[in-house]
Write a protein that binds this ligand. Structure first.
Ligand SMILES: NC(=O)c1ccc[n+]([C@@H]2O[C@H](COP(=O)([O-])OP(=O)(O)OC[C@H]3O[C@@H](n4cnc5c(N)ncnc54)[C@H](OP(=O)(O)O)[C@@H]3O)[C@@H](O)[C@H]2O)c1
Length: 326
């Protein structure tokens, strides 16, 4: 029988809820433990979600010899440290996006994964979804002609007062939180890195960007524009404009089981229905495939590093008011 991977949740973060169903649904995973900085909240959380083991420190979770995979859902500034500690403790790690906040952090984590022989993957769930794969397939098929412009947006109203997303020293800011999605989607569709970028940000009280507007110039006349932010209603889209057609994706980052994308050519719009499995199951199954079967991970670490490099270049551009070569 195939081995079942025991998972441990590193913190009681809100996003854990998205992983709990897939971890319970997959035949190759078992949600075995949760850790919190406080034993009381770990116990409460474990009771609420029927998780067998509850630890009152992150170290205690990493010391549990039966845990195979750690899901790192800590605030962004703690990803690198605790991912490295989990890898060194002999665990595979699925780390939330953005995996790191600097290229130094990304390189250090990749090095630790290499040295320990453990799998490390970024939890960019939308990348595993059928809708994303379909969009990539359509762009690659040439049905849009020569790609010229990609537009993307991801905004919402952030109401969590005191949340790390407002604080620059905790990896806050809308570009790290949601801008990373259109940037990642655009890079994935083009299949190459931007050559240069330019960005503007609106800086909030915590020192990070409350909203960000960015432009990216790829090879061969392909350009991208995106915006992201915490202070407008929920909004997300991707539009890919080619010489022969336009692809509109109204719900690119959190697709469900019934999705529609729209392909317009010669003045006619075709609705393409894309069924999809549960959004967060893909990253869990991908982790299982990599750990248990040795399959290549869908999002290689080099890809995660490149997304971080583009975000850093955009932030530098916003700071300096200059175009930045990536
Ligand atoms: N892929 C997605 O769809 C998605 C969606 C949302 C968020 N995320 C990512 O998931 C991560 C967590 O986001 P979230 O909104 O779920 O976080 P959150 O609810 O704010 O929770 C973060 C958890 O980290 C722990 N923690 C440790 N040190 C902390 C500190 N100094 N300040 C605050 N919390 C601290 C806390 O758990 P304990 O008290 O139990 O120790 C806290 O519950 C982020 O990296 C974010 O980018 C991804």
């Amino acid at each position: 029988m195939e081995k079942i991977l025991n998972w441990g949740l590193l913190s009681t973060a809100r996003i854990n809820r998205a992983l709990i169903n897939p971890l319970n649904a997959s035949e190759r995973t078992r949600l075995l433990a949760v850790a919190s900085r406080s034993q009381v909240s770990a116990d409460e959380y474990a009771r609420e979600w029927k998780i067998p083991r509850a630890y009152g420190s992150y170290e205690a979770l990493l010391e549990d010899p039966e845990i195979d995979v750690i899901y790192n859902s800590l605030p962004n500034h703690l990803h690198a440290e605790w991912t490295a500690r989990a890898l060194q403790a002999g665990k595979h790690v699925l780390c939330e996006k953005p995996m790191g906040l600097s290229l130094g952090e990304m390189d250090e984590m990749a090095k630790t994964a290499r040295e320990t022989g453990k799998v490390l993957a970024e939890a960019f769930m939308y990348r595993h979804h059928d809708q994303t794969l379909k969009a990539k397939e359509l762009v690659d098929s040439g049905v849009l002609g020569r790609i010229q412009l990609i537009k993307g947006a991801f905004t919402f109203t952030l109401e969590r007062e005191g949340n790390y997303r407002w604080m620059s020293d905790m990896g806050g800011g809308s570009i790290w939180d949601v801008g990373c999605y259109p940037i990642s989607f655009g890079r994935t569709l083009v299949g190459a890195e931007p050559l240069e970028v330019f960005g503007w940000q609106v800086t909030g009280r915590g020192g990070s960007d409350d909203s960000f507007i960015g432009q990216m110039k790829f090879k061969e006349g392909i350009h991208m524009q995106f915006d992201c932010g915490f202070k407008s209603p929920a909004r997300s889209m991707m539009e890919i404009v080619g010489s022969e057609g336009i692809l509109n994706i109204p719900n690119p980052f959190k697709p469900g089981s019934h999705n529609e994308i729209y392909l317009t050519r010669n003045g006619e719009t075709e609705t393409i229905k894309v069924p999809g499995r549960e959004l967060y199951l893909g990253e869990v199954e991908d982790m299982c495939d990599t750990v248990l079967l040795g399959s290549p991970q869908r999002i290689p670490l080099e890809d995660s590093r490149k997304n971080v490099a583009v975000i850093l270049a955009l932030l530098e551009s916003a700071r300096t008011g200059k175009i930045v070569i990536v």
